[in-house]
Design a protein around this ligand. Structure first.
Ligand SMILES: Cc1cc2nc3c(=O)[nH]c(=O)nc-3n(C[C@H](O)[C@H](O)[C@H](O)COP(=O)(O)OP(=O)(O)OC[C@H]3O[C@@H](n4cnc5c(N)ncnc54)[C@H](O)[C@@H]3O)c2cc1C
Length: 351
């Protein structure tokens, strides 16, 4: 096996979290990783550092302390204003080479995955992707990464005995955020970055900002499956009336009825809404992992034997083409905006 660039004997007892920016704040997944990192660092008596890169980003540093960082390693350079894997991997590699942290955590986002993969190859270490849980072995300082495999049929625990750093990506929504009660004495380490021209092989020609769908923050999530066919306009309206957002299982995404960023589940996003309403969804494990931590799950399915009912708090056996429009109309009525001539079907909840 190829040796990593440094090993366990040389490591610094520290956990690093790559902090991603979104507009003028830190991304929720970065705060989630800081919160989990704080828990692990406390357990081990280790240091927790946030890595913040950008053009002028020092104003975001206090958020990292609020979510538990002991210090922030700050990289400011005009070429770091926008993410490119060339410049970011170059800068972070320099710092890892100097400080030799034991653990490096990244969000399983487009940028986090890109950066973590590039660094793992350069550092000749392993990368545990899409972890569903992280813990530390107290005696050995080994990071234990839980990942699901074989289509969700098994959960595997992966450890790196000697390769360092121990790297992992975690998808948004897997961990909770918890601001700390007491902020540690704030320490900012400015890492001097020189980025040679020759390492920059990509340049940003145009920046197109999408609508910025973030299902992980919706208090009410309406999810549609194959049973909705192409009627996602109904779910959008239902979500709007409930002040929530809407998403889907994989088949409607694959069929092009809804954008991929709205896919919920193992290969989509993991959400923890107060209320999840599933419409025409069978309840495959790959989907359920994306909503199983919802406060309340309401499932609508025409098949009384559908597996989704095993996870639901409220089970409605019926046709989504009748029930969803009825719900919309009832909510519109409450708003004083009922569709004329609409009749509600009788629905029998089975709890
Ligand atoms: C490696 C891997 C990763 C995957 N990742 C994901 C993932 O991230 N997210 C995900 O969702 N899937 C994922 N899948 C796919 C997953 O296994 C299921 O195939 C998928 O979740 C099924 O979606 P569904 O419930 O919409 O469709 P189906 O299983 O076809 O279920 C449709 C349901 O709709 C009901 N129905 C039909 N008509 C009506 C009606 N008129 N009224 C009410 N109910 C109706 C039916 O009774 C049925 O229960 C993954 C699969 C693999 C192999």
């Amino acid at each position: 096996m190829v040796a990593s660039l440094y090993n366990k004997e040389e490591e610094q007892k520290a956990i690093w979290v790559f902090l991603e920016r979104q507009n003028e704040s830190l991304k929720p997944v970065s705060l989630e990783l800081l919160s989990k990192g704080r828990e692990l660092a406390d357990q081990m008596g280790w240091n927790l550092s946030g890595l913040l890169l950008g053009g002028h980003v020092a104003e975001l540093v206090p958020d990292a302390f609020l979510y538990g960082a002991d210090d922030v390693i700050l990289f400011e350079h005009p070429l770091l204003e926008l993410f490119t894997v060339d410049t970011y991997s170059y800068a972070v590699y320099q710092a890892i080479d100097v400080y030799k942290p034991s653990v490096c955590l990244f969000g399983a986002t487009a940028d986090g995955r890109d950066l973590a993969g590039r660094l793992a190859v350069r550092l000749r270490t392993g990368l545990n992707a899409d972890c569903t849980d992280l813990r530390m072995a107290k005696d050995s300082g080994v990071l234990i990464c839980e990942v699901s495999g074989f289509g969700g049929g098994i959960l595997a625990l992966i450890e790196m005995e000697s390769h360092r750093p121990q790297m992992a990506t975690v998808r948004p929504g897997v961990f909770l955020t918890s601001p700390v009660d007491t902020i540690n004495p704030e320490q900012v380490i400015r890492f001097p970055v020189e980025i040679p021209d020759e390492i920059v092989r990509t340049s940003v020609i145009e920046r197109v900002v999408g609508q910025g769908v973030d299902l992980t923050t919706a208090p009410v999530l309406v999810a549609g499956g194959r049973g909705m066919e192409d009627r996602f306009d109904l779910l959008e309206e239902l979500a709007r009336l409930l002040d929530g957002d809407y998403g889907a299982t994989r088949p409607p995404v694959d069929d092009g009825y809804i954008e991929r960023e709205r896919q919920i589940g193992q290969t989509g996003v993991v959400c923890r809404p107060d209320v999840a309403i599933t419409c025409g969804i069978s309840g495959a494990f790959h989907f359920v992992v994306g909503i199983q931590d919802a406060g309340t799950i309401i499932a609508i399915n025409s098949d009384p034997e559908a597996p989704i009912f095993e996870y639901a708090d409220y089970c409605i056996v019926g046709d989504v083409n009748e029930i969803v429009p009825s719900l919309i109309n009832a909510l519109r009525k409450a708003e004083g905006n009922e569709e004329p001539g609409h009749r509600s079907p009788s629905i029998t909840p089975v709890v």
